[in-house]
Design a protein around this ligand. Structure first.
Ligand code: FE2
Length: 165
């Protein structure tokens, strides 16, 4: 698409995030299967449900903008997901893999936080309040997920991984 205005830039990035969420919907089940720690697994399961809602919110945002809900391949998330699959294929000890899965998940969250933060701010700048509110809701979920992952790593998972020498 041609990008001639800030609204075009917003739509272009929303399509990237729409692609990203759909790619995450495919990656998370693999991460759930690979995770050993029960809290990590249930955290991923919860985030899978949240991601379904995030897809719906983006569809609502496209509707409010009067454009079709088209997705782009998100090369950023594609790369992170490939690296995660590589880690799983390397078949480390379960506790070590859990620590690596948290890192991969946090890379995903940080990508999304950067994207949603910017599009939320652009939507506000363009006085698209309802679109901005939808994006803010998702941004808060991504931040909360990132925080939970840090807590899980620091309270438990990293110590268990470090026990393997
Ligand atoms: Fe997301």
């Amino acid at each position: 698409m041609k990008i001639n205005s800030m609204k075009d830039l917003l739509i272009n990035e929303l399509r990237d995030l729409y692609g990203a969420e759909k790619q995450i919907l495919k990656a998370l089940p693999k991460m759930i299967k690979a995770a050993t720690n029960a809290q990590l697994r249930s955290g991923f399961e919860k985030h899978l449900k949240e991601t379904e809602n995030q897809v719906t919110r983006l569809e609502q945002a496209f509707e409010k903008l009067g454009v079709s809900a088209k997705k782009k391949t998100c090369e950023g998330i594609k790369g992170i997901a490939e690296e995660c699959e590589e880690l799983i294929s390397a078949d480390p000890e379960a506790e070590i893999l859990d620590a690596g899965l948290i890192e991969a998940a946090q890379k995903v969250e940080h990508y999304e936080m950067a994207g949603y933060g910017s599009v939320r701010t652009w939507a506000r700048q363009l006085n698209l309040r309802e679109v901005a509110d939808l994006l803010q809701q998702t941004l808060e979920e991504e931040k909360a997920t990132d925080k939970k992952l840090t807590e899980l790593a620091e309270s438990m998972v990293n110590q268990m991984a470090a026990a393997h020498t």
